[in-house]
Structures are given as C-alpha cells and as structure tokens.
Design a protein around this ligand. Structure first.
Ligand code: ASP
Ligand code: MG
Length: 448
C-alpha cells in the first residue's frame, strides 16, 4: 500500500483535479490510499467567514460562504460537466450546515472550540467528496471515507492529539480491506473525531500529519506528499539560482531546516511514518515525473558534507554581559525565565564566561524582555540580523568543514557562531544585508 496526500493547491481547480486523477491512476497497482487537504484556500475563507460571524455580522459571513460555494461550483462545472449537478448535490449539505452554523455564531458572537473544529472540517470533507468523484469519473474505483470513523483523537480542539493505536485498529478494519479489494479510499486530512464522535482538527497544515498517521497505521510502503514545489532544496532558489532539489534527506536534517522555512511542510508532522521506518516523499504534482525529495529515518550523506544551506532574516540578537555570571550558578536559569515569562522563544545561544548572546525572531515583546534583563546585566539588542545555517548529517565527522565554511564567507562580518548539539547544524549570525551573499558563497563552496 501507499499513501498519496494532495495539498490544497493540488486540488484547487479543474486542471489540478485532472492531474490528481492521473497521478493516482499511475499508482493504481500499488494500492493507493488518498488523503486530501481542503481545496485551494478554503480553510482561510472558512476562518474569514467565522471571524465575521463572531463579530456579529451574519450577513457578511453568509456572503463569504456563498462566494466559496459559487467558487467551488465553478470548479465542479468545469471538471464534471453534465455530472456537476449531482456532485454539487453531494456537498450541498456541507454548505447548508456551514450557513446554519455561521448564523448561530453571529447571534451568540462567540464560537466554542468544538464548533470551530466542526466548522473548519467541512473544507476537507468537501474536498474528499469532490476528489473521490473526480477520480471515479476518470475510471478509478474510489470510495470516500469519513476520516472521523478512523482518525480518533483526544478532545484538545484546534490541536487534537491522535490516538495512534486506535487509528491503527480502525484503519485495519476499515481501510485495508478496501485497498485489498482494489478500491481506493479517499479521506480528508486535517480532521478527526473524539471517541464520542465530536469533530476535531489537528491544527493548521494538519493534513500532512493525517497522511503520516494513516501511512503508519496501514504499514504503507511510502507516504507521498504531492504539493506545488519540486521538493526540499539545497538553498532557497530565490537567493541561489543554481539551487537543486535534494533527493534524500534524513528526518533530523529536515527538522533542522524546518525553522528556516515551513513552506514545504513541517517535518515533525511526518514523525508517525518516519518512526515506523516509512519514507516520506515530497513530490510536485505539476511535474509528476521528477522524483522529488525523500525524507527517511536515516539518509547517508551525499558527495557534499552539507545537505542544505538556509537563512532567516528578521532576527534580533540580545547580548547580555555581566561579571555576576562569573562562578555563579543559576544565572542562566534566571535569564531564561525572563524570556519564558514574556513568551519569547530563544533560538540560538552562545556563551562565554561573562556573557550570553541569544537570537530571537519574535520581536513584539522584546522591549519588556530588555527592561527586565537590564535589572540583571548590561544588555544590547540589535535588530536587522539574519541566521545562516548549514545542515548535514555528518558535519561532525568531516575534518576541515569548519575551515571551508569560514573561508567561504571570509569577507563577511560574523557576529555569532554556534554548532548545534546534534552536530548536524552549523549556524552563524550576520547582518541581514550580508545573508544572501553568505548563502551564495557557501553554496558555491559545497555544491559547485
Ligand atoms: N486545510 C488545512 C489548512 O489549510 C489543513 C491542511 O491544508 O493541511 O490548514
Ligand atoms: Mg492548506
């Protein structure tokens, strides 16, 4: 079996549905199970409608939902032609319920977390119904399955935790027999249900997690994440025009890179599959012949010591200097409690005997952090900085890598350096304006 997950842009319109049907048809011999996100930006639109309803503007909420329904129908008309009316009929109940819920919320001017999940989950339920019909029209034996019968979670609405044992049991009972018969189950990602039957969601972007959970539960050979990019890259192609798609990357390396651009996906959501040794492949639905990037539990390093180079702008450094640190115990604890109290997370840290430097990327509470730190030490905050990061499985074993890194960026002023505990990551801080040049120079050095 394999799991094929299609993100929002891979189901957004008639040509996308056509591509999806072709991709699944090619894999028909591998017993696919299909997971879909809501079509296009449906989830954002549903949130917008809900926001208007909460503000008490029932008419605006209704209008937003009606526009969403019209836009969806337009896609269906284009793809299904004569069958469109019947497909619209299949999802009319979803839109009807959305309208009724929005009207109730507009009266109450508030929405309980459970209702919010139920509301948002309609996006994926609609998408699953549409995708199943679309593939059936192209001759594939699909069966739409309500994810709430399989993906059982706790009742932490908005960010529910899946019950992996229960999901495995239910997948064994309800999904595996379908694929064994040659049928193709189609499920909405993102949503699940408590054991009592209340709809839950796994958090924004949660469909990848659904796919990984279902892959793990069914013991799939691979989980394919079909999206609109070619895979993970050796660098941001907007910065380095010669950047290439990475063919294989380890889960740890991908997780290190996640901080620098969640654009492709958040690797942690893939953990259920990776932990079972199931590889996850990111593939481009507009370029189905290219292999994309495979994320595996272990991935041998390639010819280069470095797998990818990333950078992140909009960083501030906080330099904290005090002689009180000298021979003191508990100073770091006091320091980090300040950050914790202001809910400001610290990303990179370096220390010396009398100083600590950290980076933060959430600047909104930095002033309060500074004021409190100034009670303890001399503090200097500098904004407009960037982290440049190199990730590679074996960075720790390769002699001379540090030399190559810092020779490559010789002309650039480096403000902080850190090697992560995993030894798979070397990061340094530069002025924002120097970041693109640093990334290009490093890419030349390691990927030329
Ligand atoms: N549709 C949901 C979202 O936009 C889940 C997903 O796309 O993975 O967050
Ligand atoms: Mg989405």
């Amino acid at each position: 079996m394999i799991v094929q997950k299609f993100g929002g842009t891979s189901v957004e319109d008639a040509p996308a549905l056509e591509r999806l049907a072709k991709i699944v048809a090619r894999s028909a011999g591998q017993r696919p199970l299909v997971v879909v996100s809501a079509m296009g930006d449906t989830t954002d639109v549903l949130l917008e409608a809900l926001g208007r309803a909460v503000a008490g503007d029932g008419a605006a909420a209704r209008e937003t939902l009606e526009k969403l329904e019209r836009d969806t129908k337009r896609v269906l008309d284009e793809f299904f032609g004569r069958e469109a009316t019947s497909v619209c009929g299949e999802i009319a109940g979803n839109f009807e319920e959305l309208r009724r819920m929005a009207a109730a919320v507009a009266v109450l001017k508030s929405v309980p977390a459970a209702s919010r999940d139920h509301f948002l989950a309609h996006g994926e339920r609609i998408s699953a119904a549409v995708a199943a019909r679309a593939m059936r029209l192209r001759g594939l034996p699909t069966v739409a399955v309500d994810s709430r019968r399989v993906v059982i979670t706790d009742d932490h609405f908005g960010r529910a935790l899946p019950d992996e044992a229960e999901i495995e049991k239910r997948a064994g009972e309800q999904l595996v027999p379908l694929t064994a018969r040659g049928e193709i189950p189609v499920l909405g990602g993102f949503l699940g249900s408590t054991p009592r039957g209340e709809t839950t969601t796994l958090g924004r972007g949660g469909s990848d997690w659904s796919a990984a959970l279902l892959g793990a539960a069914t013991g799939a050979a691979v989980v394919e994440i079909w999206t609109d990019v070619g895979g993970m890259m050796t660098a941001d192609p907007r910065v380095v025009p010669g950047a290439r798609v990475i063919d294989t990357i380890s889960f740890e390396e991908a997780s290190e890179l996640a901080y620098f651009g969640a654009r492709v996906l958040h690797p942690l959501t893939l953990a259920p599959a990776i932990e079972k040794g199931i590889p996850v492949r990111i593939r481009n639905s507009r370029d189905p012949d290219s292999p994309g990037t495979e994320i595996r539990r272990d991935a041998p390093s390639g010819p280069s010591a470095v797998r990818s180079i990333a950078s992140k702008c909009g960083i501030a450094t906080v330099d904290i200097v005090t002689s009180r640190m000298l021979m003191a115990t508990g100073f770091l604890k006091t320091l980090f409690e300040v950050f914790a109290r202001h809910e400001t997370s610290v990303d990179m840290i370096t220390t010396s005997e009398v100083s600590v430097s950290v980076t933060v990327d959430e600047l909104s509470r930095l002033d309060s952090v500074r004021r409190e730190l100034e009670q303890l030490a001399d503090v200097e905050v500098s904004e407009g900085r960037a982290i440049v990061c190199l990730v590679g499985q074996d960075l720790k074993f390769k002699a001379g890598v540090a030399g190559r890194i810092f020779r490559a960026v010789e002309g650039i002023n480096i403000l902080m350096i850190s090697q992560g505990a995993s030894r798979r990551n070397v990061s340094f801080v530069v002025d924002e304006k120097d970041a693109p040049g640093a990334v290009r120079a490093l890419h030349r050095e390691f990927f030329r």
